[in-house]
Design a protein around this ligand. Structure first.
Ligand code: DOR
Length: 426
């Protein structure tokens, strides 16, 4: 048994924000309450006691947008190192994207990931591709992938340009009651990817990716969501106009959701001047106006999930010139910290709301029972210091492609507990 003493429980399922003790027996929360209640439930024979005084105890975090590059690109990351990075960031569940080599568009590859994931200590879920080879031409066998345990469907990294294919995919996803998540960037409006088309791209003589690339696809796809009734997520939203489009579609009755990444609500296009390729991502960092609209969307619930788009790349790849380096940054180990620094500390949202965006809402979108701190619930928890500072000076991930390297940030994670076992301790 494990006794967690005197922590501040912040649980978005029950709405609790208050001090309590927790007793864990094997993989389940046995009791919550006062020290006397825990002792009465058998706490005195606990094998380990964690003093959580002054620390937050929250349900395990869920990152619904992660790239572990396994199979095929394991020089960047693999399922074991990615899971260690997740645990270090406070995550007990991750949903992996399908742009591996081979693509997760078939049952064998899905099974490979799920088998390897089941040996990591955390919960590794895998999304299926929507189209074979992410080519946008032919649907995967969605029935078969659902049957084999796919968490949902996405061609993340690549937009689906053919609306007939996407219409069919949404109809099938709705029939299967599984979510569908979309990367929204029309290449027609992208001269060069990864940097916002605006003042910085002009200054650098770089083509850039316009806001229209995202807006035009979001406008189309929220209407397809309304038409089909599918549960649709606009992935890593970056444009303020797109936030407005999602908000309107929700008012119209579409089951549309949206993700924001810590980098999109923390940084702007200017970061490219400071961090070079470490600020190159798809969709790109945009303007302060877009960043503020993303924060407004988080505040009013239009954006209901915070995800990292953890996109590990090697140091050599990221050392290439801006036009040749791959897009994306790692995020699992800095996500909680940036949520606190950029959203909670300035007073945009409460810590309870942050936990909702990082645990409860993504779980519900992926049809999972959200983690909660109540007797009988799975013992999946994170213990962190809301304002305790730490320096981003090492990574459990294989990759180090983060613009937040060497930054001092709050939200130090002390323990991540999954199925009652400590999978990370600092
Ligand atoms: O910047 C990105 N990198 N955006 C994506 O959507 C894909 C990701 C990757 O796989 O590297």
């Amino acid at each position: 048994m494990l006794w967690i003493k005197n922590g501040r429980i912040v649980d978005p399922v029950t709405g609790t924000d208050g001090v309590m003790d927790i007793l864990i027996d094997k993989d389940t929360i046995l009791q919550t309450g006062t020290p006397e209640e825990i002792a009465a439930a058998g706490g005195n024979s606990a094998d380990e006691v964690i003093d959580a005084t002054g620390k937050v105890v929250a349900p395990g975090l869920l990152d619904a947008h992660v790239h572990f590059r396994d199979p095929g690109l394991t020089y960047k990351e693999d399922i074991e190192t990615g899971s260690r990075a997740a645990a270090r960031g406070g995550f007990t569940k991750v949903v992996l994207m399908a742009n591996t080599k081979p693509t997760v568009d078939n049952v064998d590859t899905l099974q490979y990931v799920l088998d390897k994931g089941s040996r990591t200590g955390i919960h590794v879920l895998q999304a299926s591709a929507i189209t074979k080879g992410l080519q946008g031409r032919e649907l995967v066998d969605m029935d078969e992938m659902a049957e084999a345990g796919a968490a949902g469907f996405t061609d993340d990294g690549i937009p689906i340009l053919d609306e007939k294919i996407l219409l069919q995919a949404m109809q099938k996803a709705a029939e299967l009651n599984l979510p569908i998540a979309l990367h929204e960037e029309d290449p027609l409006f992208i001269a060069q990817p990864g940097v916002h088309q605006g003042k910085i791209s002009e200054q650098l003589g770089y083509g850039g990716a316009s806001r229209t690339a995202e807006d035009i696809m979001v406008a189309r796809d929220v209407i397809l969501a309304l038409h089909t009734g599918a549960s649709v997520c606009i992935q890593h939203i970056s444009s303020g106009n797109s936030v407005d489009l999602v908000r309107n579609a929700q008012k119209m009755g579409a089951d549309v959701h949206a993700e924001a990444t810590p980098h999109h609500f923390t940084l702007t296009e200017d970061a490219v001047l400071t961090y070079g390729t470490l600020a190159r991502m798809n969709p790109p960092l945009r303007t302060e106006t877009d960043r503020r609209k993303i924060i407004e969307g988080i505040q009013d619930g239009t954006i209901d999930m915070i995800v990292t788009d953890h996109a590990p790349h090697s140091t050599e790849e990221k050392s290439r010139p801006l036009a040749e380096a791959p897009s994306g940054i790692t995020g699992l180990e800095t996500s909680l910290a940036l949520g606190i620094r950029s959203l909670v500390q300035p007073g945009h949202i409460t810590l309870l709301k942050l936990m909702e965006l990082m645990s409860k809402n993504p779980a519900e979108f992926y049809r999972l029972k959200p983690d909660t701190i109540q007797p009988g619930a799975p013992a999946d928890l994170v213990i962190f210091g809301e304002n305790d500072l730490w320096t981003v000076d090492s990574f459990a991930s294989k990759a180090e492609n983060s613009p937040f390297r060497n930054r001092e940030l709050p939200g130090k994670v002390y323990y991540t507990i999954c199925r009652g076992s400590i999978v990370y301790r600092s």
